[in-house]
Ligand binder design. Sequence first.
Ligand SMILES: Cc1cc2nc3c(=O)[nH]c(=O)nc-3n(C[C@H](O)[C@H](O)[C@H](O)COP(=O)(O)OP(=O)(O)OC[C@H]3O[C@@H](n4cnc5c(N)ncnc54)[C@H](O)[C@@H]3O)c2cc1C
Length: 305
Amino acid sequence: MATIMLTEPFTTPPQRNQRIAYGALVGALSSWPLALNLGLFTIYGTPEFALLVGNVFSYFFNLKRRLILTLNNAKEIAKDTRQFSFASISGPISYKAGQYLEWTLPHEGTDMRGMRRYFTIASSPTEGDIKLGVKFAPQSSSFKQNLRALEEGKTILAGQLAGDFILPKDANKKLVFIAGGIGITPFRSMIKYILDTDEKRDVVLFYSNKTYAEIAYKDLLTEAAQRINLRSVYLVNEKEGVPGGFPVEVEFITPDMIKNKVPDYAERVFYLSGPDAMVTSYKKLLRGMGVPRKNIKTDYFPGFA
Ligand SMILES: Cc1cc2nc3c(=O)[nH]c(=O)nc-3n(C[C@H](O)[C@H](O)[C@H](O)COP(=O)(O)OP(=O)(O)OC[C@H]3O[C@@H](n4cnc5c(N)ncnc54)[C@H](O)[C@@H]3O)c2cc1C
């Protein structure tokens, strides 16, 4: 029950604290020797009853409906990276900057990886549309081939809103965002949200890509540098193709670089988003620098090297 029923994504609440409360409630109820005599019948504290109560609890937190979205437009925002803008025809969706949805795109000739994917909502809740930033591999899955070919006005389904990779409630907390490649999408959402709400947050962004051409959302990041004093450190593996004057460093992130660019790093909360290997290695690097576990938040994007 704990490994299959309790963890079923469709019925678990979207955020960690809610999931802990849900698990504790179901656990406590299923081990409680309950026998509630209601006259006509008696309710016993069975695991089934515990799950039923847990699901009612969870119902209040979950996005209850499957959204139907239509494609407004799609455009290239960096090399092999496209932004898709959708309108929800199922009414507005309430989400926090940095959260993600499970997307379903039924299509013919579905490959082994199926017709569902998780994608971060790259737009901010302050924007009218729902944006995605998607990276395409040279040999894309059938899902991605069909997403790329989706025509304006055509529909896609989304549901199961979830994610704890969101801004801290306390706007005075100083932050460091570390993004690898398409791992920038939750930060795009958060930065746009900060810009639109005029929140005063102190943020430093480290954004790594293999090449300059893969850097997405340059306009927004430049605007944020001017308006909310976002400090961005762009890192690439090769100097080739970088236009003169663009402030990019051909380096990997090192402890010395963090100490140099962010002298008050010990007071900050770090957000890491990107391929598994990158997130794991930077988490290790930060732990080695003495950053406490509670000050490191991670978002893994499987399927990228
Ligand atoms: C919470 C969350 C948020 C995400 N947000 C985004 C986002 O905003 N933008 C985005 O582009 N992606 C995002 N992803 C990743 C996305 O869900 C896909 O896993 C990823 O884009 C790979 O897509 P694909 O399987 O269609 O493979 P493709 O990108 O078409 O293929 C890439 C290559 O990787 C290989 N590959 C793909 N998946 C795997 C795997 N699991 N194991 C081993 N090899 C694999 C394929 O064989 C292929 O060669 C997110 C994932 C999570 C969990």
